[in-house]
Design a protein around this ligand. Structure first.
Ligand code: NAD
Length: 296
């Protein structure tokens, strides 16, 4: 079998189009422009690239982008004061604090100071609890993107066996909650899992979120399974820098029914879902109908 490629780049473009359409309607019919505030503390090069990309895409779909760049030695009190100001700003519907924060800042404290209704990353403890109990929440962007691609490919996920490799708070755990919400039988595997190959071989859906280059070989994959590769790993091969995922694409694509490539799979969906979450937050804040197909 040669797997069908799930094209995240193309899918993300359709999500952005939907978001842009909804933003245009909000402006026309309600005179409201959704706004996303992104806070960056320090000058981590990767974070700077992400923040620039988020700002650019926010403007491209017609929303307002507010960037707050703070010095690396900004105090916790000053950062919390900025978040308080953004929480109370009615033009700001989404707030994202770019992680990781410099070591002297308490990430949990900072994230939990964001108004949960504006927490477009879905990391606030209230949103984690709402998601875990199947209630309406803001959903973390990367797992939301994976869910959208899986629903698009399969229609219903009900009754499928899903294995999520990785138990991080930002990908693995919320991914498992979302799959459970769609009635999959879910296993979360991690670094202490016994006989990982055997666990993965049972899965109709494999989501790999580990951060280890090409860790999952094709002989772990059940014939026809869907493989969602969240990993983004930079490696050097044949003297060139290359991006690879957590699964060995070549061997997995020979057995899987469908697979996301790296790059061009899950990656582009993450920012698209951030934009989707911002529009959703804006609609909720104004008691307006939420856009269809952009939430969990
Ligand atoms: P993390 O380091 O927080 O978590 C990794 C998880 O993998 C841990 O729960 C750990 O138990 C598990 N793990 C480690 N070694 C293992 C092993 N040998 N066998 C089984 N499990 C093992 O990472 P994260 O933040 O969840 O990110 C995972 C990957 O996804 C990284 O490559 C990251 O760059 C990527 N990522 C991509 C996006 C995107 O937009 N596409 C977003 C977030 C993260």
């Amino acid at each position: 079998m040669t797997a069908q490629i799930i094209d995240g780049k193309a899918f993300a473009a359709t999500v952005r189009e939907k978001v842009a359409g909804h933003v245009a309607r909000l402006k026309e019919e309600h005179n409201i422009t959704p706004g996303l505030a992104v806070v960056l503390v320090g000058e981590d090069p990767a974070s700077q690239v992400y923040v620039r990309s988020k700002g650019k895409q926010t403007v491209e779909v017609g929303m307002n982008s507010y960037e707050h760049k703070l010095d690396v030695d900004t105090s916790e009190a000053d950062l919390l004061a900025l978040i308080d100001q953004l929480n109370n700003d009615k033009d700001v519907h989404g707030i994202l604090v770019q992680l990781p924060l410099p070591g002297h800042l308490n990430e949990d404290l900072v994230i939990n100071s964001i108004d949960p209704a504006k927490d477009v990353d879905g990391f606030h403890i209230s949103n984690v609890g709402l998601l875990g109990t199947g209630q309406k929440s803001m959903v973390p962007c990367t797992p939301l993107g994976c869910l959208m691609m899986l629903r698009d490919h399969h229609g219903s996920l009900s009754g499928m066996d899903a294995v999520v490799i990785g138990r991080s708070n930002i990908v693995g755990k919320p991914m498992a909650q979302l799959l459970l919400g769609d009635s999959c039988t879910v296993t979360i595997a991690h670094s202490r899992t016994k006989d990982l190959p055997d666990v993965v071989r049972r899965a109709d859906i494999v989501v790999a979120a580990v951060g280890r280059p090409e860790m999952v070989p094709g002989d772990w994959i059940k014939e026809g399974a869907t493989v969602i590769d969240v990993g983004i790993n930079r490696i050097e091969r044949d003297g060139k820098n290359k991006l690879v995922g957590d699964v060995d694409y070549a061997s997995c694509a020979e057995v899987a029914g469908a697979i996301t490539p790296v790059p061009g799979g899950v990656g582009p969906m993450t920012i698209a879902c951030l934009l989707a979450n911002t529009v959703t937050a804006c609609c909720r804040a104004n008691a307006l109908a939420e856009p269809e197909g952009l939430t969990a």
